[in-house]
Every structure is written in structure tokens, then in C-alpha cells.
Write a protein that binds this ligand. Structure first.
Ligand SMILES: [Fe+2]
Length: 315
């Protein structure tokens, strides 16, 4: 995609056309236990490892969908999105400056697992965002096979202290679209046909609410939940099916204290026909099947996470 430079005085427009949510990085004191869990129980595969850090993939060609890194406290490492070409990365840098958003890392080759060409900046709550192109792909691993393992990272839900400011930045600067609201409590944002890849939840502090991994079918989803049960890991909430996004959900706690979700059948959006809705927050819409019941205090507490001021990259 080629974009014209912004007209002086006009809004610079979105910085790029985000193609997909690539990966999320988490930082935690219990990185070894978390990596072990995601590999041996959750169903991801390590693609690279170094001292205190593991990169894990799903069955899709994405080089990695999760990075788990040892750190002093639980925190978001970064969220990575793909763009089509290195040229778009360069254009995004130009447009970020026009938006007054400072770069944490200028466009250039990424010195990390999977390589690629990218840049980094922060959002209004100091979350680190990476845009990249030309990241190494990996050979697809039988994505619709018998094994009940995740295909890709489906979405990341972020607790925000200002949901309107968050939505403004992610739509106006990142070019994402709001698919649905859950009253004025949650907003679901897309960058492609998936109903949402990011959702914001209005909260008392900035943190990660949960990360969701997509199973290729509802059967894989249920068998994945079954495998976890055999490992003595039972859902904190679910299985059920959400109203907004119409996706199935089963939420679990990982050893790092973060909440992870299996999901499937995420609603696909026709960009030309979609109308954003506002869902009421009632039990029959939070869980269309009526199987999950309301979320417990325990899962709500875990989803609230711990306050995350970001800034680890400055130390
Ligand atoms: Fe979710």
C-alpha cells in the first residue's frame, strides 16, 4: 500500500494498515514455569530460547506468537503487529512524528527472534507497540490436524484507565476500527476481518487483562480444555460463548499469574457491511450458551492484573 504524505494542517491519518496481531511479549519472575506451561500444557511450541527468554509459536506460519521473558515483576513486554512491507514501516515512522508520537526504536532491522524490519513506539499508557514486516515465517504445523493446539494469538485484552483515550489512539493513529462496545466498559477493535484483536476494558489501572489463543475449531477448543483438565488445570471461567465477537471462551490461569484463553469461531467482519453495536452487560449476552455462569471474583481479580507503568526499555 502506498500512502500520500499528510496535507499540512490536516489530520495525518492512520500510520499504517495493520495486517494482523503477530505476538505478545510478557515479562514475569516465573518465566521458566510459564514457558513450561505454555509448551507442555497449553500446546505452543518453542521456536527459540535464550537465557531467561523463550519464544513460542502456534501452528500458523507466524514465527512466534508469545515471548516469555524473566523480569522482576509481571508486565507487558510489547504487542507486535504486522504491516506489509519495510516501506510501510518507514512511512509509519514519518506519520508517527506527524501525530507527535515519539519513537522508542527507529525503523531498522529487528535484532530479535524472527528478525524482520520494524519500529517501536508507545501508546498513551506507555505500552510498547512494534510494527514489523519481513519477519521470518515458519513452516505451518498441520493447523487443522488432530492435535488440539492453538493456531495463533487471537486477541489481547488490555485494562485501561481511559477507554476513550485508548480507542482514540488505536483508531486515529493505528487505524483500527471499533467492532462493538460492551456498554462503556469494553471496546473491541479490529485491524482485519477478525472481530477483534485488541479489546480495552475500563479499569482502575493499566495492565494486561488476558491473552487469547485461537483454536481451529470448536472441537479443538473443547479437546484443548479437556487436555488441560487431564493436567489438573480447570477453567477459571467457561466454556461459554461471548456475545460480542460470538467467540467461544475458556479462561485459565498460567503459572505467572496471567489469564490465558482458548477461543474459536471468532466472528468475521465484512468491512463494508458491519455496523458497530453496543451490547448490554447482562449474563445472557456475556455467555450466549448459558453454560459458564458469571465470572467469579477470582477470575476478575486475576484479570485486573497488577499496575503496569511500562518503561522497562528505558532502564
Ligand atoms: Fe478474550
Amino acid at each position: 500500500m502506498s500512502m500520500l504524505p499528510p496535507t499540512p494542517g490536516a489530520s495525518p491519518g492512520p500510520i499504517a494498515r495493520l495486517r494482523s496481531l503477530r505476538s505478545v511479549a510478557v515479562r514475569t519472575p516465573d518465566a521458566a514455569a510459564a514457558a513450561e506451561f505454555y509448551q507442555h500444557i497449553w500446546g505452543l511450541n518453542p521456536v527459540e530460547a535464550d537465557t531467561g527468554v523463550t519464544w513460542l509459536r502456534g501452528t500458523s506460519p507466524e514465527h512466534h506468537i508469545l515471548e516469555v521473558r524473566r523480569a522482576d515483576a509481571n508486565a507487558l513486554g510489547k504487542i507486535a503487529f504486522s504491516v506489509a512491507t519495510p516501506r510501510e514501516v518507514d512511512e509509519a515512522a514519518f506519520r508517527l512524528r506527524a501525530h507527535g508520537v515519539p519513537l522508542v526504536a527507529e525503523p531498522g532491522p529487528l535484532d530479535q527472534a524472527g528478525g524482520g524490519y520494524g519500529l517501536r513506539f508507545t501508546d498513551p499508557e506507555n505500552r510498547l507497540i512494534e510494527l514489523s514486516a519481513d519477519v521470518e515465517a515458519v513452516v505451518v504445523r498441520d493447523p487443522n490436524g488432530l492435535e488440539a493446539v492453538p493456531r495463533k494469538l487471537a486477541h489481547v485484552v488490555l485494562n485501561t484507565v481511559d477507554i476513550d483515550a485508548a480507542c482514540d489512539f488505536y483508531t486515529r493513529v493505528l487505524g483500527m476500527r471499533i467492532s462493538d462496545w460492551s456498554e462503556h466498559q469494553m471496546a473491541f477493535l479490529r485491524c482485519n476481518s477478525d472481530h477483534h484483536v485488541i479489546a480495552f476494558n475500563q479499569a482502575d489501572w493499566t495492565s494486561v487483562n488476558h491473552m487469547a489463543y485461537e483454536m481451529p475449531s470448536i472441537d479443538h477448543f473443547m479437546r484443548g480444555i479437556g487436555r488441560l483438565r487431564h493436567h489438573g488445570v480447570t477453567p477459571l471461567w467457561g466454556p461459554g460463548r461471548h456475545g460480542p465477537g460470538n467467540n467461544t471462551f475458556g479462561y485459565f490461569g498460567d503459572p505467572a499469574g496471567l489469564v490465558c484463553e482458548y477461543t474459536s469461531e471468532v466472528e468475521q467482519v465484512d468491512e463494508d457491511a458491519w455496523l458497530c453495536r453496543v451490547w448490554r452487560r447482562v449474563p445472557e449476552l456475556s455467555d450466549l450458551w448459558g453454560t459458564a455462569g458469571p465470572p467469579s471474583t477470582d477470575v476478575r481479580t486475576r484479570m485486573a492484573g497488577t499496575p503496569d507503568a511500562g518503561g522497562w526499555w528505558e532502564k
